[in-house]
Design a protein around this ligand. Structure first.
Ligand code: RIB
Length: 333
């Protein structure tokens, strides 16, 4: 691999001048710049990024740790985080933990050793709290989507309780009365918050959700499908289901259609996330939209603030969710 000294020799300039051209750290005349560029191309010179990082004490790289890269919500979040970071001249390294705490701890170690400048952290579950609190041993960190109740860490969340409330209120306002809920994994805070909002709306309307109509899934479509089959085969089946994420709602959709239900006339379904796929199911899915782009942008902004100023006050942002009505529920009566 060519060295900076060889480039300087070929261009007839000093190694310092070559360094100023590469790093744009001082004015170099266009003629000299052209000679240096030509020499670098001829020698196929690649600046030693590792050496530069060590010199500067930064890698201009962020780590993004997320629980399931195959879930479109996290894929869309990853795209938004990467776009926000790129706009501020940072690259992003994405690590998928598969909701596994051991894998999560491994990746925090790997990214720390790779000297990333900061971490965008979507926790696998509440056991991640201890990991995220080791602030002296890991890079600056911002929590997204999954709350760990740590007021020392900047945190960006969607208002999950409000979203669960909106889902139930929409089902009630459009005439559904025997409502059921399919929750996500018990160790995931957003799901618990959505159930709280869901039950609050039912209570306000003088309705209730008996335990047999509050089932648990794992955020994958198959769990929504199996839970919905159980609910629909009951002696008093629900006429509306709120699934705590769109993938499970898509499973519910399949079970409802297989059972012969007419959607939305005699059965309504509401999901949560508003992944791109929700617009393309048949019927298209009514859901609660998470502000993914804004969550990602705010998270990257807070993280870069923390990278540049090690002690800013830890902000906690809770961003509003929004009901998106499509064809899996009736229009407001
Ligand atoms: O679809 C995955 C779910 O887990 C989303 O609702 C998101 O909030 C995450 O916590």
């Amino acid at each position: 691999m060519a060295t900076i000294r060889e480039v300087a020799e070929l261009a007839g300039v000093s190694p310092t001048t070559v360094s100023h051209v590469i790093n744009n750290t001082r004015f170099v005349s266009p003629a000299l710049q052209a000679r240096v560029q030509a020499a670098m191309e001829q020698l196929d010179y690649r600046p030693n990024v590792l050496a530069r990082s060590l010199r500067r004490g930064e890698t201009r790289t962020l780590g993004l740790i997320l629980p399931d890269s195959a879930n479109p919500f996290f894929a869309e979040m990853a795209r938004a985080v990467e776009g926000a970071a790129f706009h501020q001249h940072y690259s992003v390294m994405i690590c998928n933990t598969e909701d596994d705490p051991d894998k999560e701890a491994h990746y925090v170690e790997v990214l720390t050793n790779k000297q990333v400048d900061g971490l965008v952290f979507i926790a696998a579950g509440d056991q991640s709290a201890a990991l995220a609190s080791r602030s002296n041993h890991i890079p600056p960190l911002v929590l997204v989507d999954r709350d760990l109740g740590n007021s020392q860490l900047p945190t960006v969340l969607a208002d999950n309780c409000q979203g669960g409330y909106l889902a139930a209120r929409h089902l009630i306002e459009t005439g559904y009365r025997r409502l059921a809920c399919i929750a996500g994994p018990s160790h995931v805070t957003p799901s618990a918050q959505r159930i709280t909002g869901f039950l609050e709306a039912l209570h306000e309307a003088g309705l209730s959700c008996p335990p047999e109509r509050l089932l648990r899934g794992n955020f994958h479509p198959s769990s929504g499908y199996e839970a919905a089959k159980l609910l629909l085969e009951a002696s008093e089946p629900p006429d509306g289901i709120f699934a705590c994420n769109d993938l499970m709602a898509i499973g519910v959709l399949r079970a409802a259609l297989e059972s012969g239900r007419s959607i939305p006339d005699d059965f309504g379904i509401v999901g949560f996330d508003n992944i791109e796929l929700a617009s393309y199911t048949s019927p298209a899915l009514t859901t609660i939209a998470q502000p993914m782009q804004q969550m990602a942008q705010e998270a990257v902004n807070l993280l870069i603030e923390r990278i540049n100023d090690s002690q800013p006050p830890a902000q906690r942002l809770v961003l509003p969710t929004e009901l998106v009505v499509r064809q899996s529920t009736r229009r407001n009566v």
